[in-house]
Write a protein that binds this ligand. Structure first.
Ligand code: CA
Length: 413
């Protein structure tokens, strides 16, 4: 796990998210149209302009779906070729003219999301939320230690980092009122998650090992959540409108190949898993994660630090379970890990937990307090795997909360 040297100087810094070891894939626009790129140091390489060795059409689109569909042989060939182009000095003259500074481009959705499923797979988060919603005795539902809990979400509301999110309206019922009202969500929240991107389709059930091979890469994911809407609507079928406003992902797909040196095992099982969910090897990754909150016009405060290794179920286990009914998976399927919370108070992945349902507000560096998000707040997730003198990072996953829209007259009463 040592740094691979690049002739792009900024890629050799111990602090960059994008050394040669990483090579994350994105889609950018420098004012001349959306194109596919790979991040290296402080730059994005315009892939359509270099001798990448693949069929030209594969890298001449505004999404990575076609490369994913081309299969694992193409994934490996492209990574090998880019490692040569950006590592070997002899390619410098041909490649350097096609490096564009990252601060001069806008980053777009890196792939077309075909479907979105969100899980609930970090035990500390499930226990914390369950305690608040149902009390400590019933915090973990009887199924939780056996089955990766999830729900089928909406691909249509996935947005890329930098996209503003508008506070939703919804049906809520206050504790001191008998009937629900239609109101602005007053308990709008973030959820710190990782997203796994399916790069290979399936028909029928696949094993955990096969599921792992189907994953093309990972992104950071903020699953914005309206807790007041959720509390009223979630029984008996689970969340619906509370999770449908927006889900933000980071703009760079960090490939499974780049994360390979950072594999880590899931924790000791508290109840034996059914055989189909057994893992043949380490399926989690050691990825340090943090969340910051910046009020309008103010500096950001770190409100949470945790690690992806806190998951009880890996993405491979979740994907295996997802296919167990025969559900076909498609290229571009996105799986949210579920909110990632560690064991101590500063490692919780949502304001619901950090403020314990609003009872212990979080104090920001500006002196302001937050139980839930205020209009104008910007939330940013960051994450990286730490190597020896280098890091494999994800870039920022950021979104600003805008005030709720005006309600149309016909919806007022
Ligand atoms: Ca979620």
């Amino acid at each position: 796990m040592t740094l691979m040297k690049s002739w792009v100087d900024s890629a050799n810094s111990p602090d960059t998210d994008f050394p040669l070891n990483n090579l994350p894939y994105g889609v950018f626009d420098d004012g001349q149209g959306a194109r596919m790129g790979v991040a290296i140091g402080d730059f994005v390489l315009d892939l359509g302009k270099v001798d990448h060795g693949l069929d030209a059409g594969l890298l001449a689109q505004p999404s990575w779906n076609a490369v994913m569909e081309a299969g694992a042989g193409v994934w490996a060939a492209l990574r090998d070729r880019l490692t040569q182009l950006l590592g070997d000095e002899t390619h410098r003259d041909a490649v350097a003219p096609h490096l564009i500074p990252l601060d001069r481009v806008r980053l777009l959705m890196p792939f077309r999301v075909t479907e979105y499923t969100d899980f609930y797979a970090a035990k500390n988060h499930a226990f914390n939320v369950g305690t608040m919603f149902r009390g400590p005795e019933n915090a973990l539902t009887p199924n939780w230690l056996s089955v990766p809990i999830g729900y089928n979400g909406r691909a249509s509301s996935i947005v890329v980092s930098g996209t503003p999110v508008q506070r939703p309206w919804g049906q809520v019922k206050r504790a001191d009122e008998d009937l629900p009202r239609f109101d602005r969500s007053a308990r709008f929240d973030l959820e710190l998650e990782m997203g796994a991107i399916v790069g290979k389709p399936s028909q029928g059930m696949v094993s955990v090992a096969e599921a792992d091979e189907m994953i093309f890469g990972y992104v950071l994911l903020n699953d914005w959540s309206a807790r007041d809407i959720q509390a009223w609507e979630y029984q008996p079928l689970g969340p619906f409108q509370s999770k449908a406003t927006a889900t933000t992902i980071s703009p760079w797909i960090v490939t499974r190949a780049a994360l390979e040196p950072f594999r880590k095992s899931t924790p000791q099982r508290e109840r034996p898993l059914l055989p189909y969910l057994h893992e043949p090897g380490p399926m989690l990754y050691d990825i340090a994660l943090e969340v910051t909150l910046a009020p309008e016009g103010k500096d950001e405060t770190v409100i949470s630090r945790t690690n992806y290794d806190q998951m009880y179920y890996s993405a491979a286990q979740q994907l295996c379970h997802h296919t167990s009914s025969g559900c076909p998976m498609r290229v571009g399927d996105l799986l949210g890990s579920g909110t990632i919370s560690g064991t101590d108070e500063g490692s919780r992945g949502s304001l619901l937990e950090l403020s314990w349902g609003g009872k212990t507000p979080v104090t920001l560096d500006s002196g302001e307090q937050r139980s839930f998000l205020e209009d104008g707040d910007t939330l940013t997730l960051r994450g990286h795997a730490q190597g020896d003198g280098y890091r494999v990072g994800f870039g920022a996953c950021s979104g600003k909360l805008l005030p709720a829209a005006d309600l149309p007259g016909w919806a007022q009463g």
